[in-house]
Write a protein that binds this ligand. Structure first.
Ligand code: FUL
Length: 595
């Protein structure tokens, strides 16, 4: 309130008198977000829906040769998706309007592989229409994923495709009302002899803005927001919203995974991170994954490692073959929401008072107490050139908490590069509770359970005077104290790429398929394509697959299950890497048969 009061006074006094109201606001530092990027960041959590032919074939990457009739949801209800998203506290839904198989979930006039060619609703169905209507009804924003890589379009790999893709964008973006985010996937799994498409990104971007001037464009290099460098839902502990993009383009030459995960300090463009992750191991619905939906504690861990590390969380909840969100997923989402509501309902800093070692111009407009109010645009700042400062929050009594939330006022850029948080112990001494690097839009620090009556934030390194606008203290009694995301997992082994995996089952069994699990987060690399052979005696081998690919394993290195066309009686199985993501090695934490 105080901030507003001062602003109102200044406005009333008129421009000539502004200087008498105290010092000017700090000048923006470095790259800053556009207003639409600030609004986008405030959404915090959105829902992703992977839906299409893969839902019916259990594939992750369709070939593009699927019959359009495969797409046949028996009871699709986008209002159900929207009501679940809304109840889960999501602010928007992004749908895979066209995945790599090229199938369009709307009657795209420039494609022959769409809902209009299927017998679903006699070729009159339109998922984008139903979902955009449902989003409007439930007060959610609507976004589209449209894959540039297309395994169906005959023009893919020629110049002509750029025009086809332009018209595809125009059709998807022009006909369904406002689109808040356009998701461009950078994946391209064409093999060594595959088609090479030179994407005309300038044309694509111009087209998006022509139809949706307010859309935030996602890709490996933005320009609106960036992939966070993994599909496990975690941003770096250091996470800058700025990125250097010169020389990079999505699907061709991406910034390193580390740059994507952590951003670049002082990077030339404001391209904040978006952490995408599926609630299931795969992106598309599979019956076989109904018992593998992430646990509540997994989801909370993801929340802290994404929203709590200056990123947006885009959580995939894939509709099933009926075209409905399965109850296993919706129940988990409701538990997730209830847990977040419980954790963040009580802010232990309510009613607290704040004081800083230094305040910009000594002015109330930039007072420390501004970090405690609910006004997003009021903040504490120091004088220009003052880049080390402390701020004490007196809690007015003993409070118990294990989550410390701090926000930087990002409309003026991201500045803080090192800070720590102390708490006062019962003898009145300050004890360090946490140390970290970046803050950004929102940082949530996880600590042990702390009982204290005061908290001190120490800004130790900042590229310009610090500008903080939010603070909170919470108690999470659900997830506990650990933040396991970056911890290495020693299970499994790293093998030489030339070494096959061989399993002697010790007896003859009927195998219906096999599985391969890389090491956690793909450590040591993973097998990308392989030959698979089986044997009934360990001597004579029969090839089942040759140079076959684990779809999307490089981005999402989780357990892969492959089902044989027909069951085989075997006693041995051999998986020989043809290509591995790391070249010389690959990791393995599981290999076996499916019965
Ligand atoms: C990846 C794709 O290849 C996956 O299939 C999925 O859509 C994921 C969100 O992005 O790059």
């Amino acid at each position: 309130m105080k901030g507003n009061f001062f602003k109102a006074l200044c406005v009333l006094a008129g421009a000539a008198a502004v200087s008498s109201c105290g010092p000017d606001a700090p000048a923006p530092y470095g790259a800053v977000p556009s207003p639409r990027q600030v609004e986008w960041q405030k959404m915090e959590t959105n829902m992703f829906c992977h839906f299409g032919p893969n839902t019916f074939t259990s594939a992750e990457w369709g070939t593009g040769q699927e019959d359009a009739d495969i797409f046949n949801p028996t009871g699709m209800d986008c209002r159900q998706w929207a009501s679940i998203a809304k109840a889960a506290g999501m602010k928007g839904i992004i749908i895979t309007a066209k995945h790599h198989d090229g199938f369009c979930l709307w009657p795209n006039p420039v494609s022959r592989h769409t809902v209009a060619q299927s017998s679903w609703k006699d070729g009159k169905g339109d998922v984008l229409k139903e979902l955009s209507d449902a989003c409007r009804e439930y007060g959610l924003k609507f976004g589209v994923y449209i894959s540039p890589w297309d395994r169906n379009d005959p023009a893919y790999g020629t110049d002509e495709y750029n025009e086809v893709f332009r018209q595809t964008l125009a059709s998807a973006l022009g006909d369904y009302g406002p689109v808040f985010e356009q998701w461009f996937d950078g994946a391209c799994g064409e093999g060594p002899n595959g088609k090479v498409q030179v994407y005309d990104w300038d044309l694509y971007h111009r087209t998006v803005y022509e139809y949706q001037p307010d859309a935030v464009i996602f890709s490996d290099t933005g320009p609106g927001c960036r992939w966070i460098g993994n599909e496990a839902g975690y941003a770096g502990r250091t996470c800058w919203s700025t990125l250097d993009t010169a020389g990079f383009a999505p699907g061709q030459a991406d910034p390193s995974r580390e740059s994507l995960n952590c951003g670049d300090a002082g990077g030339e463009a404001w391209i904040p991170g978006e952490a995408d992750v599926s609630i299931r191991p795969g992106w598309f619905y599979k019956d076989s994954e109904n018992d593998k939906v992430k646990s509540l504690s997994d989801l909370l861990g993801i929340y802290y490692a994404s929203v709590g590390r200056n990123s947006l969380l885009l959580l995939n909840v894939p509709p099933d073959k009926r075209g409905l969100i399965h109850s296993v997923d919706s129940l988990r989402l409701m538990e997730f929401r209830a847990a977040l509501d419980k954790i963040f309902a009580a802010d232990m800093s309510d009613g607290a008072e704040a004081e800083a070692t230094t305040v910009r111009g000594g002015s109330g407009r930039f007072a420390a107490s501004n970090i405690l109010d609910d006004d997003y645009d009021s903040y504490w700042a120091t004088d220009d050139g003052v880049t080390e400062a402390s701020l004490v929050v007196e809690l007015g009594g003993m409070k118990t908490f294990n989550r410390i939330m701090i926000q930087e006022y990002i409309p003026l850029g991201q500045r803080v590069a090192e800070f720590s948080v102390d708490v006062r112990d019962s003898s009145g001494n300050w004890v360090c509770a946490a140390e970290a690097t970046t803050i950004g839009y929102k940082r949530i620090l996880l600590t042990d359970r702390i009982a204290s009556d005061a908290v001190r934030i120490n800004i130790e390194k900042s590229y310009a005077c610090p500008v903080l606008n939010g603070f909170g203290l919470y108690l999470d009694e659900i997830m506990g104290e650990t933040e396991a995301w970056d911890e290495p997992d020693d299970s499994g082994q790293v093998k030489k790429a030339s070494e096959p995996l061989v399993l002697d089952l010790g007896k003859t069994v009927v195998a219906r398929g096999f599985y391969y699990t890389p090491k956690k987060h793909g450590a040591g690399g993973c097998i990308v394509s392989y030959d698979l052979e089986v044997s009934a005696d360990g001597e004579t081998w029969t090839g089942i697959y040759s140079d076959k690919m684990f779809e999307n394993i490089e981005n999402n290195p989780v357990r892969q299950e492959v089902r044989f066309r027909q069951p085989a009686e075997i006693s041995h199985i051999r998986l020989t890497p043809v290509r591995t993501s790391a070249g010389e090695t690959y990791g393995v934490s599981g290999f076996g048969i499916l019965q």
